[in-house]
Design a binder for this molecule. Sequence first.
Ligand code: AHG
Ligand code: MN
Ligand code: MN
Length: 333
Amino acid sequence: MKRVSLTQYLVEEQRQHQTINAELRLLIEVVARACKRISYSVSKGALGEVLGSADTENIQGEVQKKLDVISNEILLEANEWGGHLAAMASEEMETIRQIPSRYPKGEFLLLFDPLDGSSNIDVNVSIGTIFSVLKAPEGMDSPTEQDFLQPGTSQVAAGYAVYGPQTMLVLTTGNGVHCFTLDREQGSWVLTQSDMQIPPATKEFAINMSNQRHWHSPVQRYVDELLAGSTGPRGKDFNMRWIASMVADVHRILTRGGVFMYPADRRDPSQPGKLRLMYEANPMAMIVEQAGGAATDGKGRILDIPPTKLHQRVPVFLGSKEEVEVVTGYHAG
Ligand code: AHG
Ligand code: MN
Ligand code: MN
């Protein structure tokens, strides 16, 4: 089998389809290299003293794990000197990070969830990194938070790395979704699946059922109908999976279909849902749409949401088109 590396894929993408320029190509390579480093750290576990809590809190009021902090540092360090970025934003940092003045600045903005699925770190279950790339406003030298508040449709690239039994990088630059597997002996990313497609129909759903009593009625109704199985209104049996790492749940859906939900609920109206628009919902929505799936907040397309703040949370329904349409339809009714 002829092996295509991430580098070769990106060069050809630039040459043949012009969906990326040299600067974006460098940016993606640097992010991929950082993910490789995170993967090595993750896999060392207790031997690398990377497990456990960092005993600090992030801006969301969540206790940070050591790996949340390590991964954030790796991504910041890797991306500050290349000249491809105007600024960065991270789920783990209150405000945006400017590029140090000793380095040149580029035309892109990078946003990331450095370590997704933190609750799974210490139990050796798949975790990941999610990233999103936007263009900085023309001629902008020191971007402000406002410059990051662009809708998901403005993303020029999005991807995630999943640190599971294999480490994989899933990427879109707006020309389909492609999956690269990390070859640990060679230290390179090898293209292992082109043009991932989410089947439009599915019999598998993912939701944290422990929140059921808090859900609003459209989600109650939808999940009740799934659980009713072949004798219920949907006329078929559904299976359930919940990994509690969005990357791993989305990766399963990209591989064999499914619907993923993290709805808003009745608990705290100031927190509509758990997942963050800029670091989780938008990049995953771009990937899912590029793979033929759908992603909504129950009302409309996630990619069309005008962001109001950097750490904004949104309800998320994504995956196989037919199911996302059903549950979104119940919200309208
Ligand atoms: P993070 O670790 O970056 O804070 O994200 C965790 C998210 C997401 O990955 C996952 O789908 C969800 O939280 C799990 O939530 P529950 O703890 O409610 O299962
Ligand atoms: Mn996350
Ligand atoms: Mn995280």
